[in-house]
Write a protein that binds this ligand. Structure first.
Ligand code: ZN
Length: 157
């Protein structure tokens, strides 16, 4: 009973967090990647407090967790603290803060259609991985069933 109510509680909290995140994403400046302005970011750096695209999420991840902590908006579980960081900051505020002293010749990284390809490739890879795992499981099961079947035949004969 206790574990079930715990699970329900966690699920409810997760739903609440998802609701807050989707509300934040509807704000004008969060509709675009904080770094490259790609439309519809689905990732975030919660310690910096920005919403970013999948490509920039990869770059952030490569910087290391001591600089940027990347999370998927809807694939990851969020803690209350992480949600708070996103609420406190957001793309507009973060830009004012972190990009206050950019040199004049700074050029924002440009997005292109590769984002979409990346997004699709990531989804396909995930599906393939899941499919392969299921297939392996099925094959292992089949192997065991056959093995014990033949063993059984040998014993009964
Ligand atoms: Zn981006």
């Amino acid at each position: 009973m206790a574990t079930r109510s715990c699970r329900e509680k966690a699920q409810k909290l997760n739903e609440q967090h998802q609701l807050i995140l989707s509300k934040l994403l509807r704000e004008e400046d969060n509709k675009y990647c904080a770094d490259c302005e790609a439309k519809g970011p689905r990732w975030a750096s919660w310690n910096i407090g920005v919403f970013i695209c999948i490509r920039c999420a990869g770059i952030h991840r490569n910087l290391g967790v001591h600089i940027s902590r990347v999370k998927s908006v809807n694939l990851d579980q969020w803690t209350a603290e992480q949600i708070q960081c996103m609420q406190d900051m957001g793309n507009t505020k973060a830009r004012l803060l972190y990009e206050a002293n950019l040199p004049e010749n700074f050029r924002r990284p440009q997005t292109d259609h590769e984002d979409r390809i990346l997004e699709t490739t990531a989804a396909i890879t995930l599906l393939l991985n899941k499919g392969l795992f299921a297939l392996c499981q099925a094959l292992t099961m089949a192997f065991y069933v056959l093995f014990f079947f033949f063993l059984f035949l040998k014993i009964t004969r």
